[in-house]
Design a protein around this ligand. Structure first.
Ligand code: GLY
Ligand code: MN
Ligand code: MN
Length: 434
């Protein structure tokens, strides 16, 4: 880790919190990472993900029952869970150069530190079971404060960009192994196993459940079955899978095919469209405009590849591209794969989505420091095609050709892109190129 980058990241967070606390009238904030959630009537826990507001402050994978206390003017306090437990691994004191920027304090329970807090205190993050004893000491998750903090999370510091870039490099190692496994004739489960091994992950540590779809299954947008069956023919692999570094996620999709004809040409077309959209990324651009440009691009592909003989304009007026590309172009990326505040237009919390495109998760105008995904797709989804054909007799579709393409499922290409002062930096293609 680059300690200077982290130091500047911490300074930025302190500034942001100081501003947000002043605007909302709090003297200090407690940020809770959350606790393990146990399976009912059992002694095992669900996989744990620390709450992002806590993870954002710390350069390691934050443990359950970690708390941060920040009061403007003071060093931030890290209350790490000093549990003595012979059944489980006992946490040890966090170490590294960066700890000099903190006041570290071991804490076995809230009683060790919460009663000494004075002033108006906001509590951000999950409640703690023992908090009921201190009901009047803190104000739980005030919406005004959280709006301000969520809005700022869209602007990544250089430390955060480095985490996201490393998460891309890590995932790309997995994507390369997955591609090889596909061409070697593996099952979905086999491809997935090779992905996890090469990217150094367990299923429980992925930022989201990896999508590994062979053939027609590529038409299910969030296909998570990972079958052990080896298909008779390997036509398509659609793999949408990422990795995490200090909590920051990559979210990458690639589509591979053994085809050398029509589907392969269509795949090359989607890849070219995706790069065309990437090239337009810079501050001031509206994601809603890029999404519409992508819909028009999909219509052009349908026309060029003789899947639909209507003009681009006719297709758009009949919503033909939406049957082949039914999801949004992309979203903010960070500590959450679908990061917070994609529709939030102001720190105060004004929300605006795109009613024409309800699945578009990002309606904010692009600004320097945002990291977004760009993920156009083109799929043969029987349900949506049947609906279009029933609703629009003059659909212009070549149904015979579509039947031939259905066994290939679909195509998605997804990169993670940083908006820079003058344009963009593609963290994913950079990692594939290295
Ligand atoms: N992997 C989920 C997404 O691409 O949005
Ligand atoms: Mn994805
Ligand atoms: Mn995505």
């Amino acid at each position: 880790m680059n300690t200077q980058h982290y130091s500047r990241h911490l300074a930025t967070l302190m500034e942001r919190y100081e501003r947000a606390l002043a605007a909302t009238g709090y003297d200090q904030v407690v940020i809770s990472a959350g606790s393990l959630v146990m399976v009912a009537e059992d002694d095992r826990a669900y996989p744990y993900t620390p709450r992002a507001y806590a993870q954002q402050w710390l350069p390691y994978d934050v443990l359950p029952d970690t708390f941060i206390v920040f009061k403007p003017g003071d060093k931030p306090r890290l209350l790490w869970p000093a549990r003595q437990d012979f059944w489980h691994i006992s946490p040890t004191e966090p170490s590294g150069d960066w700890t000099g920027m903190w006041r570290l304090q071991p804490a076995e329970s809230l009683d060790d530190w919460l009663p000494s807090l004075t002033g108006r205190t906001a509590w951000v993050g999950p409640e703690h079971p023992a908090l009921s004893q201190y009901a009047n000491a803190v104000e739980l998750d005030p919406a005004t404060l959280r709006s301000a903090l969520a809005y700022d999370r869209a602007f990544k510091t250089e430390f955060e960009v480095e985490c996201l870039a490393e998460a891309n490099r890590r995932a790309v190692r997995g994507h390369r192994a997955a591609r090889d496994a596909f061409f070697a004739g593996q099952s979905e489960a086999g491809v997935y196993r090779d992905y996890l091994a090469a990217s150094g992950q367990l299923e429980s540590t992925e930022p989201y459940s990896g999508i590994i779809a062979l053939n027609a299954s590529a038409a299910t947008l969030h296909y998570e079955r990972r079958s052990f069956d080896v298909p008779a023919q390997h036509r398509t692999l659609l793999i949408d899978a990422g990795a995490k570094v200090n909590g920051y996620a990559s979210d990458i999709t690639r589509t591979h095919t053994t085809d050398t004809g029509h589907f392969a040409a269509l795949l090359a077309g989607v890849d070219a469209l995706q790069q065309d959209i990437n090239a337009a990324i810079k501050p001031g651009v509206k994601m809603t405009d890029l999404h519409r440009k992508t819909q028009a691009g999909v219509a052009q592909l349908l026309l060029d590849h003789k899947i639909c003989n209507l003009s681009v304009e006719e297709q758009l007026s009949k919503k033909v591209p939406q049957a082949f590309y039914p999801h949004g172009l992309g979203h903010l990326l960070g500590l959450h794969v679908h990061d917070v505040a994609g529709h939030q237009q102001t720190p105060e919390g004004e929300v605006r989505n795109d009613p024409e495109n309800p699945f578009l998760r990002l309606t904010r105008t692009l600004e320097e420091g945002m990291v977004i995904t760009i993920e156009p797709g083109l799929y043969f989804i029987p349900m949506l095609l049947n609906k279009l054909i029933a609703a629009e007799p003059q659909h212009g579709l070549d149904l015979e050709l579509i039947e031939q393409l259905k066994p290939y499922g679909g195509i998605r290409i997804e990169d993670n892109v940083l908006v820079t002062a003058t344009g963009h930096r593609n963290l994913t293609r950079e990692a594939f190129g290295a």
